[in-house]
Ligand binder design. Structure first.
Ligand code: FE2
Length: 189
């Protein structure tokens, strides 16, 4: 690599969050919505996993987990019981990147949720990317969330802008559906 070549900024890591319900391993798939039956705004999330030199990372395992459109995780440890579960929403999925480093999930926009008395987490989706050499755990956030400014985990990121996305309406899908691109940069593929 020459000195003049631009390096992509590595995606900032974020703390591990609530993970899969006990004893439940996600089957591979990309649709968390049961064919669009889950409540909330359908969100098509896609992107590429790249190294800092822009090389695609093929075959990386990519896992996501998140709260539903009401701010509830389908996890027994989630005590946000004021928010309803959604039996049509899976809450987690695992997939692999294609030869171009690409991945895609169909989910819903998660809601913010109370993490402690007086402290709310902004809406976010947890990501874990595992390549042959590296594992990155991070979170994707949403522009305009009123809790972004006060969130300790988002504020801990070296580059918050790399984690905050801005979904846009997508035509030809479910009414009101949105799409967003979230590229993930790791050090080694
Ligand atoms: Fe979370």
């Amino acid at each position: 690599m020459s000195d003049t070549q631009t390096r992509l900024p590595r995606t900032p890591p974020q703390i591990l969050g609530p993970f899969y319900p006990f004893m439940l391993t996600p089957t591979e798939g990309f649709d968390l919505t049961n064919g669009g039956q889950a409540k909330g705004t359908v969100l098509y999330v896609s992107g590429r996993v790249l190294t800092e030199t822009g090389a695609p990372v093929a075959g990386a395992k990519i896992e996501i987990w998140q709260a539903n459109a009401a701010g509830r995780y389908p996890h027994p440890n989630d005590d946000n019981v004021a928010a309803p579960l959604d039996e049509k929403f899976q809450g987690f999925a695992v997939s692999r990147t294609d030869e171009n480093g690409g991945y895609a999930f169909k989910t819903v926009r998660p809601a913010a949720y109370p993490a402690a008395p007086g402290r709310w987490r902004p809406a976010h989706i947890h990501f874990q990317v595992t390549s042959k050499y590296e594992q990155l755990v991070t979170q994707m956030y949403f522009k305009g969330d009123k809790y972004n400014e006060s969130d300790a985990w988002l504020n801990s990121a070296s580059r918050k802008d790399l984690l905050i996305t801005d979904p846009t309406p997508v035509a030809g899908k479910e009414p009101g559906a949105q799409e967003v691109t979230f590229d993930i940069i790791i050090t080694r593929g």
